[in-house]
Write a protein that binds this ligand. Structure first.
Ligand code: SF4
Length: 207
């Protein structure tokens, strides 16, 4: 992609989605960490419904642990994968208390040492809770970035590196949101709306 086309893609995405932010509701880094673990293979809307109740009852590692795994699993069951998510959340809360004094850490190495926390979740927490530039590559970012021609890699780790290389660091976190929203609203997995897409003049997929 030429630098002129790249600038046009960035400007268009910013114009379309510049006011969009993280779709998950949270008040603290810990709440965002738990919400992001719950969001695997689940919509942000569903996670927000579940966490609205959950965080009223338990909003710290200690209080989640005092619920116990069975009650936690019940409370998060509508998010899907409840067994795995409840187990990982309990283990993560234990590790936060044991190794991090109950405080969510800020680095990729520390965050990804928590059970159930991969690069995507760590990047979401770093960028949205701590304002650290990062590009979390989820299914929307992966698909849309590759279709437009911002990345070519065949796994999320490579696409993350490619996006960090091509996009200015100061827009990494925003670009993550822009690509997600473009994937939700226009560049859907099935039947992307290319005919009305404002990126169609620059997009590799349509060519
Ligand atoms: S032109 Fe089509 S494939 Fe390209 S970004 Fe737009 S919707 Fe996606």
């Amino acid at each position: 992609m030429t630098s002129e086309n790249l600038n046009s893609v960035i400007a268009t995405l910013e114009r379309l989605y510049g006011t969009e932010k993280c779709g998950l509701n949270f008040k603290t880094p810990f709440e965002l960490l738990i919400a992001t673990i719950l969001s695997a293979q689940c919509t942000d809307v569903r996670v927000n419904i579940v966490t609205a109740d959950l965080f009223k009852t338990a909003e710290t590692p200690k209080s989640i642990l005092s619920l116990g795994q069975a009650q936690l699993k019940n409370m998060i069951s509508s998010c899907g994968l409840a067994n795995t998510k409840a187990k990982n959340i309990i283990l993560t809360c234990e590790k936060l208390l044991t190794d991090f004094n109950g405080i969510v850490p800020r680095t990729m190495a520390e965050l990804s040492s928590l059970p159930g926390v991969g690069r995507k979740t760590a990047n979401v927490v770093m960028s949205n809770a701590f304002g650290i530039p990062a590009i979390a590559v989820d299914t929307h970012v992966f698909r849309v970035a590759k279709r437009i021609g911002l990345a070519q890699g065949d796994n999320v780790a490579i696409v993350e590196k490619e996006l960090m290389a091509i996009l200015p660091r100061e827009i990494w976190s925003d670009a993550h949101h822009w690509l997600i929203w473009h994937g939700r609203k226009c560049c859907t997995a099935r039947n992307p709306k290319c005919e009305i897409c404002e990126l169609k003049d620059f997009c590799q997929y349509i060519k």
